[in-house]
Design a protein around this ligand. Structure first.
Ligand SMILES: Cc1cc2nc3c(=O)[nH]c(=O)nc-3n(C[C@H](O)[C@H](O)[C@H](O)COP(=O)(O)OP(=O)(O)OC[C@H]3O[C@@H](n4cnc5c(N)ncnc54)[C@H](O)[C@@H]3O)c2cc1C
Length: 401
């Protein structure tokens, strides 16, 4: 058993050849962070003409991307009908549609680049739970259909019959996927490098100063780098100048059973999450592991506690066993990590208020991979100067508001 070692840490093809120092001191774009967000951002921006630099203080793909359970969902953590109550129906529907489009775009990108990362399209089963019961799920199905997003409400009887699950209802939908997140991010970084992006690790950015036409960055080794634009794709860690008060860090836990764990056949095609607080989610990996997670806690450091790792992953295992009605073998990987959230479940993507040439992406919650794709689309459009019609959905609030 690995103590808090993510499943993907031992994957083949996640190592990248990187430079130790930048080849120059000025770039058109500097991306801070070489996880899935930095990878997609670099790929969207590297066009063979722009000078793009990606830096990371760790090895590439060794931040929260390595910890991700990689359920690539169009479903945002806050159901559409609830989000509509928070930000209005038009905006909530747009956010959900944009999320669905992002999963389609990611599917094409991974296929076009030929990245071997176990990427598979999946359906999602969203189960009624203590936060969203069958009545709420019925409202949610109607809201999704009205927004043009496919969804099928399943009754308790259908759920019992098709999935042998005892809940008051569920929503079955397509437009989801799963993958090995580390292989996916590493493959996209390689493709960005082939398009001219330079990747330098380990290199830490410690400070930034705006200039008239860009930004200068200080590095931990005493260097200075200049950029036309800089984009913080730094996961859950942010320099003070970039941090946002609407973004909170929580701890989360996950486990994986050994390959070829006996599991219900329908798990080959479906990923599962529930409308409960804290919620449980689970999926099957290509090699037949059960990967499950949840038990989130509003704490920046609870993830580091060995006692909590043991207790939380035991709870996740028991919940999965109760849900599926099977006994699971002892997990061979258990891990915990922090991640960033927002009240609405929508990420923060865009220009940092007061810093015209600085962008940041954060608050990805449980949808980090889908939201990273949206972030790459929005920020690359802004830098190209034509903007994105959905940028308003994810923009940072002005600091005086
Ligand atoms: C246990 C767990 C399960 C999850 N499950 C899912 C899931 O099923 N589906 C899903 O879509 N999402 C999931 N997520 C969320 C998803 O993994 C993250 O949102 C996503 O990986 C974030 O990617 P990133 O590139 O933004 O950040 P990271 O992968 O954390 O990369 C940021 C990088 O920035 C670097 N960095 C930070 N500061 C600096 C600096 N000052 N200088 C230089 N480098 C710096 C870090 O070293 C790091 O490598 C999960 C997260 C966790 C923790």
């Amino acid at each position: 058993m690995h103590t808090s070692r993510p499943l993907w840490a031992d994957s083949p093809r996640i190592g990248l050849r990187t430079r130790k120092t930048p080849s120059r001191s000025d770039y058109d774009v500097i991306i801070v962070g070489a996880g899935i967000s930095g990878a997609l951002m670099a790929h969207a921006l590297a066009d063979g003409k722009r000078r793009v630099l990606v830096v990371d203080r760790r090895q590439p793909v060794h931040g929260s991307t390595l910890a991700s359970t990689a359920m690539i969902q169009h479903e945002i953590d806050i159901p559409l009908h609830s989000l509509a109550g928070m930000i209005g129906r038009e905006k909530a529907s747009r956010a959900w549609r944009r999320s669905a489009a992002a999963v389609e775009h990611l599917t094409h990108l991974v296929a076009d680049l030929g990245i071997a990362c176990g990427f598979e399209r999946k359906k999602t089963l969203f189960l009624a739970g203590d936060a969203y019961g069958s009545r709420a799920l019925r409202m949610e199905t109607e809201a999704r259909l009205a927004a043009g997003i496919r969804a099928e409400m399943l009754s308790a009887a259908t759920l019992a019959d098709r999935f042998a699950i005892d809940r008051t209802g569920a929503i079955l939908s397509d437009i989801s996927a799963s993958a090995n997140p580390a292989q996916m991010a590493a493959g996209i970084l390689r493709a960005a490098a082939a398009r001219g992006a330079e990747i330098v690790t380990p290199l830490e950015i410690t400070d930034l100063r705006p200039t008239a036409d860009g930004v200068v960055l200080a590095t931990a080794d005493g260097g200075i780098l200049a950029a036309g634009h800089t984009i913080f794709c730094s996961g859950y860690e942010f320099l003070e100048a970039v941090a946002d008060r609407n973004h909170a860090i929580v701890s989360t836990w996950a486990l994986a059973t050994p390959p070829a764990t006996p599991l219900p056949g329908w798990l080959n095609d479906c990923i599962v999450w529930e409308g409960a607080d804290p919620y449980l989610y689970l999926r099957r990996s290509r090699d037949g592991r059960l990967i499950a997670g949840g038990e989130d806690e509003a704490s920046e450091d609870a993830y580091a506690s060995p006692q909590k790792l043991k207790a939380k992953t035991r709870t996740i295992r028991r919940k999965v066993e109760a849900l599926l009605g099977i006994a699971l073998p002892e997990p061979d990987h258990v891990w915990a990590a922090p991640f960033g959230t927002t009240r609405t479940g929508l990420p923060l993507i865009g220009r940092v208020p007061g810093l015209d040439h600085v962008f940041a992406v954060m608050g990805f919650g449980g949808n980090g991979i889908t939201f990273s794709q949206i972030a790459a689309e929005i920020v690359s459009a802004e830098i190209a100067g034509h903007g994105d019609a959905d940028a308003d959905l994810f923009a940072f609030a002005s600091r005086t508001s």
